[in-house]
Design a protein around this ligand. Sequence first.
Ligand SMILES: [Zn+2]
Length: 141
Amino acid sequence: MLTPVADEDGAPFWEYAARGELRVQACAGCGELRFPPRPCCPHCQSFDSAWRPMSGRGRIWSFVVPHPPLLPDYAAQAPYNAVLVELADAPRIRLAGNVVSSPGAPLNSVDPARLRIGAAVRVAFAEIDGVTVPRWLLERG
Ligand SMILES: [Zn+2]
């Protein structure tokens, strides 16, 4: 499976994830949240930043169900979902990921027919091939 590659700006995101925290980079000057992480605030050009904890709640903004041809490890798990989650605390920030039935469950653990745009989800974390990644669980109801 492909795992994220952390660069200098994004490293804190993965370090917090490894501790079970979803944090987003914020400008220390004007407070604007931004993602993906980068050195400079696009609003006020400040180079000072902080990492703000998020509630981990969000909604499915969009999703796809990838079909073959896929890389072999992914083909074995198809059909599965890939989602964009809009964060409740930062509606302009959308994280890519997968909805799964439990944090460590396989990619295909949720029937794609159960997914709806707008469905409420919450973050969970799983270590995959040595990297802790955020994944998403459907909220009940
Ligand atoms: Zn700023």
